[in-house]
Design a protein around this ligand. Structure first.
Ligand SMILES: *[C@@H]1O[C@H](CO)[C@@H](O)[C@H](O)[C@H]1NC(C)=O
Ligand SMILES: *[C@@H]1O[C@H](CO)[C@@H](O)[C@H](O)[C@H]1NC(C)=O
Ligand SMILES: *[C@@H]1O[C@H](CO)[C@@H](O)[C@H](O)[C@H]1NC(C)=O
Length: 335
């Protein structure tokens, strides 16, 4: 980026006395250089100079947090820059994640629809590791944009992979159809860009059928439902709650990828390593994703919906067992 712009920004910062007092000028130059490099890859349109300055200050705060996080060798995962780098954590939670009640609304209780997956399995019958990507059963990573539609991406992910495993067709399905049509006005408990439920999406898809991604493209805006009738394409026939323990989810993952909900409050700046940034005492299931396997150490392999440049080519590893609540509400298509 242009050195004049860096210099001008640096002077502007130094003139702002409150910042200058508490900032190491070397770090400031390093941070400003990082900001300008980041802006080259993350175009932003600002309504005015104040907003521009504010976004820059948020980035610089995140820059310091990332440096601190990465310099702590006790951390099992690294942080870095991506599309969320100029968002505060509060904004990220509000705009990209879902509120707890929406994530869990109208899921059957695990008692009422839990199947026996895992209860009869023994560790000897499941693989020591599995990764459905290696079997060609997972579509490319998608991007939900500024819309709390993670639940729709988790749902299409499960349906795409199950359709491949059952019918040998890897077809991308329409998240926009789910966002627009799985709504209270259609008799479902989901709220478009404000959050929703993969259970409700499976229920809808089993009745109405799924359009392809290209037939009903993604807009990241909650619009009106443009689907009618009941023969619109692929329909899941049955789906179940997976038992809430490690062996049950591993057993389920030996059959196909599984839709899961997690607490993603601290996940935005993840770049690599094994994520475990949740307080186990305060789990709030605010993000739906797709578990596509587990590695030999028991880490869950997770497909996210924040684009392929986020994390590890769009994926992340989640620490074993019930990290971030992953075992609290897994749902799997079984036919
Ligand atoms: C800034 O960097 C220079 C050169 O690397 C170094 O001599 C100086 O001590 C640094 N200042 C601070 C405050 O870290
Ligand atoms: C996010 O990380 C911070 C700092 O490590 C921690 O105190 C907090 O509990 C975490 N938040 C959640 C929701 O897990
Ligand atoms: C996961 O749980 C199993 C048994 O419940 C335990 O043996 C193992 O140590 C746990 N792994 C981690 C990383 O906590």
């Amino acid at each position: 980026m242009n050195n004049k712009i860096i210099l001008a920004s640096l002077i502007a910062l130094l003139l702002s006395s409150s910042l200058a007092q508490q900032t190491n000028p070397n770090h400031t130059l390093e941070a400003l250089t990082a900001y300008n490099q980041w802006r080259n890859h993350n175009p932003r349109v600002f309504i005015n100079e104040a907003e521009k300055q504010y976004r820059q200050s948020v980035f610089l705060e995140n820059f310091q947090k990332i440096k601190e996080h990465n310099s702590n060798s006790a951390n099992t995962y690294q942080q870095g820059f991506n599309q969320f780098s100029d968002m505060t954590q509060e904004e990220f939670v509000q705009k990209i994640l879902m509120s707890n009640s929406q994530a869990q609304s109208s899921q059957p209780s695990s008692q009422s629809s839990s199947n026996n997956l895992g209860l009869t399995a023994s560790t000897s019958t499941i693989a020591t590791s599995i990764d459905w990507r290696a079997k060609g059963a997972v579509t490319p990573v998608k991007n939900q944009g500024n819309c709390g539609s993670c639940w729709a991406f988790s749902s299409t992910g499960s349906m795409e992979s199950f359709n491949y495993i059952k019918n040998n067709v890897l077809q991308s399905f329409s998240e926009q159809q789910l966002v627009d049509c799985v709504t209270t006005s259609n008799g479902y408990y989901s709220y478009g860009c404000n959050g929703g439920s993969y259970y409700q999406a499976f229920l809808y898809a089993s009745r109405v059928g799924m359009k392809s991604e290209s037939a009903y493209p993604y807009t990241a805006i909650w619009g009106s439902c443009k689907v009618s009738g009941t023969s619109n394409g692929y329909k899941p026939v049955s789906f179940v709650s997976v038992g809430q323990n490690t062996l049950a989810l591993q057993t389920a993952l030996n059959a196909s990828p599984v839709s899961v909900a997690i607490d993603a409050t601290n996940l935005s700046l993840y770049t690599s390593g094994v994520y475990n940034g949740c307080n186990p005492q305060y789990i709030n299931l605010n993000h739906a994703v797709l578990a596509v396997g587990y590695d030999a150490q028991g880490n869950w392999i997770i497909k996210n919906s924040w684009g392929a440049s986020w994390g590890q080519q769009g994926y992340f590893l989640l620490a074993p067992n019930n990290t971030c609540g992953i075992l609290d509400n897994p749902q799997q298509i079984t036919a």
